[in-house]
Design a binder for this molecule. Structure first.
Ligand code: SF4
Length: 320
């Protein structure tokens, strides 16, 4: 099947099976183009809660499929590539968090949504990068809080809320690698450009940013801004929606460390090499295959799901 036929077949199957295709901003442009709904982790969770579709094809990584399944236990949730994992979620194993909790009695556990269902089952309230600050600020300043698994996001939230949360020592391998040197050089090339950075980036990158926010927040800023050039320090899949939503504006992806390339005049050649290899495991062919055969269904142990739903519901309630 060529790409056109694939698109037509996906549309037909979606109609026949009463399915919804939801895609994260970090998916490839062709998948975002075919999706019924595109969003960040928070928006995907909110959409899963309200959709009346019978099948959810979640074009993202495994924990996103798990989150949708926990929210909608009666729906079939499919992920195009069931092996699409997440280095950040992998950095926090449930057994390690359990031990950490036992070592710190009386602490409330706040977990980023990028965690397994088992970790969510040990969590009091979940957050995304869209709502982390707001949710953390609902706790008193002296509350005993554990925040995991992203140390960079936790560190950033500590700095803007004045909290002193205990941080889990995890990170995303994509966001950890943005190059400070590259931002400095790109700023010389594009002096008018605003630097947009995701809070999973390291503190020195965030220190150079004009705007720190979730993918949805960075997109909103770009849409409303009077500026026309932006250096973007997050997964480069977001550029598809930024360029679509902001015609005439220029978005330059910040490269990771060690990958900066220069032209003969010493100017940096922007690259789109900050791609999450897990997110990019999903393809149009895999979207078609899983929808046609109803394969790659996400399963969550009902007992784990029962324990995990509390922290997601609490997040959705506090995000209103
Ligand atoms: S970009 Fe990072 S946090 Fe997001 S799915 Fe990939 S590895 Fe996980």
């Amino acid at each position: 099947m060529d790409n056109e036929q694939l698109i037509e077949e996906i549309k037909r199957l979606r109609r026949e099976k009463k399915a919804i295709i939801m895609a994260h901003y970090y998916q490839t442009a062709d998948i975002q183009s075919i999706a019924d709904f595109i969003g960040d982790s928070l928006a995907l969770a909110q959409k899963a809660k309200t959709t009346d579709a019978e099948i959810i094809v979640l074009c993202g990584v495994h924990f996103m499929g798990e989150t949708a399944k926990i929210i909608c236990p009666d729906k079939k949730v499919l992920v195009p590539d069931i092996h699409a994992g997440c280095s950040l979620a992998d950095s926090c194993k449930a057994e390690d968090l359990k031990k950490f909790k036992e070592e710190h009695p009386g602490y409330t556990v706040i977990s980023y949504v990028n965690t397994t269902a088992e970790v969510k089952a040990l969590t009091d309230v979940c957050v995304t990068s869209s709502n982390a600050r707001k949710i953390v600020e609902t706790f008193p300043k002296d509350a005993k809080l554990i925040f995991g698994p992203d140390r960079n996001l936790g560190n950033y939230i500590n700095s803007v809320t004045g909290r002193q949360m205990l941080l889990w020592n995890g990170a995303c391998h994509v966001h950890e690698r943005f190059s400070v040197e590259a931002i400095v050089k790109l700023k010389k090339q594009y002096p008018q450009a605003k630097v947009l950075a995701h809070p999973e980036c390291k503190a020195p990158v965030l220190a150079l940013a004009d705007v720190v926010g979730s993918t949805a927040a960075l997109l909103e800023y770009a849409k409303k801004s009077d500026f026309n050039e932006f250096l973007v320090a997050t997964e480069s899949g977001i550029l598809f929606e930024m360029e679509r939503a902001c015609p005439g504006k220029k978005f330059i992806p910040v490269p990771p460390e060690m990958s900066e390339t220069f032209d003969k005049d010493g100017n940096m050649i922007p690259c789109a090499c900050n791609e999450c290899n897990y997110m990019r495991m999903n393809t149009m062919q895999k979207v078609y295959d899983c929808l046609k055969n109803e394969t790659n269904e996400i399963q969550v142990d009902p007992e784990i799901a029962r324990k995990a739903i509390g922290c997601i519901d609490r997040m959705l309630e506090l995000s209103k």
